[in-house]
Design a protein around this ligand. Structure first.
Ligand SMILES: [Zn+2]
Length: 297
């Protein structure tokens, strides 16, 4: 391989790294969210979910919640659906203004995708025996993943820095970027520091918080507007607000993020994982509720 070939390879690798960073909570984050959601599904919704799961899930939704990240090169069209960019430094989100892909095609963003896959599942499920035009197994896996992603504050970040992807920082001694810190590094460091590197222990701690410290707030998290099956817009607004208050703050390019940043942001990350899990369960319960009513009738 000549020098130009080598340069090309390096460029592709850098680009791949950048693209990987855009795609959402890491594997652990999505697993935590879907595990929490499973605990709040009604019996009917759980049965409907299990029926739709692919064999690779082995009966557990959490096992396939990172699937949309794994197929992103095969399903090239789906990469814009993991996030929504907002205008720089405004700290607010508006569906009509912000939900489009880089070519300006409307509804191609994370909140648009959540509406789309909810619609696909809902349109099939009042009478689940009828033929559906959609691949409902994929719809379930996309919806579960994107409800997770919209809760990651930097998935509703600024266009100018690609949600923190172009902000190079150090996470303790390691080179990273701000987006990756929020997808993966905070959770990774929390696992090592507080949970003996055991994901199940971390999930248990978040579940305890939901039933103890956040029990007053939890019903509000579930709430969606009257007659609405899903409501991703307030989740996106919360995310960009948290991005401004916590993610971007004191994280300028070249800065080193250590204990101060880690310890003050970890509670934000854990609460977002909890909210995403509760809201995923509430959405699936609403989608599959009509099916249960029919079964009971
Ligand atoms: Zn993603």
């Amino acid at each position: 391989m000549g020098v130009s070939g080598l340069l090309w390879t390096v460029r592709v690798l850098v680009l791949l790294q950048l693209v990987t960073g855009i795609l959402g909570w890491g594997k652990e984050g999505h697993y935590v969210i879907c595990k929490i959601a499973e605990g709040y599904l009604t019996a009917g919704a759980l049965a409907a979910v299990k029926e739709l799961l692919p064999e690779s899930a082995q009966g557990d939704l959490a096992n396939v919640c990172s699937w949309p990240d794994e197929i992103r090169f095969h399903y090239h069209w789906s990469s814009a659906l993991h996030y929504v960019d907002t205008p720089d430094f405004r700290c607010n989100y508006e569906y009509c203004r912000d939900c489009h892909d880089s070519a300006g095609r409307k509804d191609r963003c994370v909140t648009g995708a959540i509406y789309n896959y909810t619609y696909q599942l809902s349109s099939a499920y009042p009478n689940s025996n009828s033929f559906s035009d959609y691949n409902l197994t994929e719809a379930l896996m996309f919806l579960s993943h994107f409800i997770g992603d919209v809760h990651q504050p930097l998935h509703v970040g600024f266009l100018g820095d690609l949600g923190g992807n172009t902000i190079q920082v150090r996470w303790y001694r390691r080179k990273s970027n701000l987006h990756h810190v929020w997808d993966t590094m905070i959770i990774e460091s929390a696992l090592k520091t507080f949970y003996s590197s055991d994901l199940a222990t971390m999930i248990q701690a978040i579940q305890n918080n939901i039933t103890e410290n956040w029990s007053n707030q939890e019903p509000l998290w579930e709430h969606c507007g009257r007659n609405q099956t899903v409501c991703p817009n307030p989740y996106a607004s919360e995310s960009v607000s948290l991005a401004c208050k916590f993610a971007y703050r004191n994280a300028t390019p070249g800065s080193t993020l250590e204990d101060d940043y880690f310890l003050s942001r970890l509670p934000v990350v854990e609460k977002r994982l909890a909210q995403a899990g509760i809201r995923l369960a509430a959405t699936l319960n609403r989608i599959f509720a009509s099916q249960i009513e029919i079964a009971q009738a």
